[in-house]
Design a protein around this ligand. Sequence first.
Ligand code: ADP
Ligand code: TRP
Length: 334
Amino acid sequence: MRALTGIKPTAMPHVGNLLGMIEPALRLQHSHDAFYFIADYHALTTVHDAERMRTYTREVAATWLALGLDPARTALFVQSDVPEVCEIAWLLSCVTGMGLLERAHAYKSAQGDGRELNVGTFTYPVLMAADILAYDSHQVPVGKDQKQHVEMARDMAASFNSRFGEVFVLPEPLIRDDVATIPGLDGRKMSKSYGNSIEVWADAKALRKKVMGIVTDSKGIDDVKDPDSCNVFALYKLFATPEEIEALATRYRAPGLGYGHAKQALYEVMERRLGAPRERYTALMADPISLEAVLEDGAARARQVAAGVLQRARHATGLRGTPRKNVGGTHPAT
Ligand code: ADP
Ligand code: TRP
């Protein structure tokens, strides 16, 4: 069973990315053949600065490794190291109706912002479908906002298969079921575009400062409080043990706990989880040669699979292609 996911190098990863996607994906490493990549082609729809692109790409790669991606088991690679996906995107675009793309949330919201849109933003879901289908992926761990894109990939695969035969595996999204959307400092979805995020690798001081800035209501120390409607508690639940969660909830419901105390408790459990990985992250960022070796090895593994799938798709459509024996030449279900 293959698990695949991608994350764009558009900023340093935040706690929403960590809890909503990266950690759930890392938990699949033992049960799945995992392919995780850095979606630089997708980032190019918005990042138009080569130096920033390179830096974010390294930061995202180091983030996966610092958090426990095992490169011996899981292929970690950069999307653009597998240019076959661009060709697969073209094949898919020829069976995809404009209406499907016009209904994509991401495009609609970009349109709503009144920005001038590039074609890449419009066809973004086709490239994402190609990413998923290029590797015969079965499950795609993502945050809730990406569910629609994975469903579109499934629709494109079905539409291609109905015309050309069983070429693509139909993927499904895997979404964290306890908490689908991680809240940010202001209680809305944590997102780099809302400016309400906590960077995963903020140092201890900056992390504490961010936590102290979480928005709460104005209840005083002796007012009883509702943990279930509090942003601080919502994040605490994601970092603390069940006993700690129960204990803090009890303190919320009695006088004597100020929000400052709750924030300090949150900071401590976050620092406990992130402190050691932060040191690994710093070491990885200081060793670009080792990082590059991991990415090259991941790309070689990914590319071999994508080349086989592309070959299959070319053959099915009547495009020319050199038949390559035993390289994904048959549908894996057969
Ligand atoms: P952002 O919304 O900050 O631009 P991305 O779109 O780069 O984040 O998200 C990368 C991955 O992290 C996606 O799978 C996305 O669904 C997930 N993700 C991002 N923010 C959150 C959040 N607040 N809660 C849950 N998952 C999230
Ligand atoms: N669109 C995803 C995001 O914004 C990133 C992405 C690109 C992706 N290709 C993918 C995620 C394939 C999962 C599978 O977060």
